[in-house]
Design a binder for this molecule. Structure first.
Ligand code: PHB
Length: 391
């Protein structure tokens, strides 16, 4: 971390009478997709992060400098960019990563370089399980966290046979795996599965035909970003929506792009850790501030960035003055935020938060779509799967 100029530091010390007042410039590397199917997610996380620094930055004397790098949603490219941020730019902390595949690719480098990473999206279960690291703290969600509760929920709704579909990479497999395990444990049956080529599938028709022929009562999916928009529109135009209700991990109908999906998204039921219609004080403040800057409601991706900034400010305000101290402080984060009570599990550095089951509905004023919360499920810490960071 770069110290302020000697004169500025001396002035601060004189004013406060203590050398602990040394203000630092914390260099932050934002490692996000600015191109590819998740480009809009990357931009949204950055917008949330910058708003978080504006909102909470006054709570610390430190200042923040941001350097951005585009992962392109390509694991090898992302690893190269992470190395560049650490070795060339000498960042104090990295924030970001959208794809579980990218997180898997940079994990060993981050752990070995001992640079704190605040995960601001990627749900890769292993990063806070068997491959956890004291330097990786997740402020977003885990893949199992948002999908597991939907197993029981669908069964409780009378659904008995499900066909699943997802992008064919780590996140798709982990999300569907968690859902299927819980659905089967509740007594349901998975009657068929498709994993579609990630970032390459334009026509979901052949897979949808298999779902239609499977004898399922419902379809459960994970798609996000550009793929979610194509999938939801094609599901409707294929004529499946009326016969086979569509459920999924809530990224499917994220407020970030649900208006691009249009009426095809109406009636889809999904689970997420955040929707902008959650009613609490911190969320009202966040939604209003985000709307003032962007003229629309924030999504779950915006809240990841916002909360990541808040956690970083809290760590810095607590006096963390090197990378190791930052990592330790980040793992102790806890606050009441837009998603409700939000904390980090010290055993795994993974987030613990409530999960919301929501339905996409037409706005009462007839303009666009909104999220109706159907159920709030209590926060549960993920199993540690061999990770034991707390000592
Ligand atoms: C992931 O790869 O972990 C991932 C990507 C996009 C999402 C959610 C999870 O919306």
């Amino acid at each position: 971390m770069k110290k302020l100029t000697q004169t500025a530091a001396a002035a601060l010390i004189a004013a406060l009478g203590t050398s602990s007042a040394y203000a630092e410039e914390i260099k932050v590397g934002l490692l996000l997709p600015y191109s590819g199917v998740y480009a809009s997610l990357g931009n949204e996380i950055e917008a949330g992060f910058r708003l978080g620094l504006e909102t909470f930055g006054g709570e610390t004397d430190d200042t923040f400098e941001i350097v951005t790098e585009d992962t392109e949603v390509k694991p090898p490219v992302a690893l190269g960019k992470a190395k560049k941020l650490v070795l060339q730019d000498e960042v104090d902390v990295m924030v970001g990563i959208v794809s579980s595949g990218v997180l898997g690719a940079v994990r060993d480098f981050v752990d070995g370089a001992k640079v704190p990473l605040i995960v601001a999206n990627a749900g890769n279960d292993e990063a806070t399980g068997e491959a956890c690291s004291a330097y990786i703290t997740r402020l977003s969600f885990s893949n199992q966290q948002v999908n597991r509760p939907m197993g029981q929920h669908l069964y409780d709704q009378g659904v008995r046979k499900v066909f699943t579909m997802a992008s064919d990479y780590a996140a798709g497999h982990q999300m569907i795996g968690a859902f299927a395990e819980a659905f089967e444990a509740a007594g349901g049956e998975i009657v068929g599965q498709e994993f579609t080529p990630f970032q390459k599938t334009q026509d979901f028709g052949p897979y949808m035909a298999n779902a239609q022929a499977s004898g399922a009562d419902a379809v459960y999916v994970f798609y996000a970003g550009g793929e979610a928009i194509s999938f939801v529109k094609q599901y409707d135009s294929f004529g499946l929506k009326a016969d086979l209700p569509l459920y999924g991990a809530g990224f499917l109908t994220s407020p970030l792009y649900v208006n691009a999906e249009g009426p095809a998204a109406i009636g889809v039921i999904a689970a997420l850790h955040y929707v902008p219609t959650i009613e609490n004080e911190a969320n009202s403040v966040f939604v209003e501030a985000f709307k003032a800057q962007n003229d629309r409601a924030p999504s779950e991706f915006a809240v990841h960035g916002y909360d990541a900034a808040r956690a970083l400010v809290m760590a810095s305000a607590g006096g963390a003055s090197d990378r190791e101290a930052l990592a330790t402080a980040l793992s102790k984060t806890s606050f009441d935020g837009p998603r409700g009570a939000t904390s980090i599990d010290p055993a795994t550095n993974n987030i613990v938060q409530p999960i919301y089951v929501y339905e996409t509905v037409a706005n009462e004023n007839g303009e666009g779509l909104t999220q109706k919360v159907l159920a709030t499920l209590p926060a549960t810490a993920d199993p540690a799967n061999g990770c034991s960071l707390a000592n």
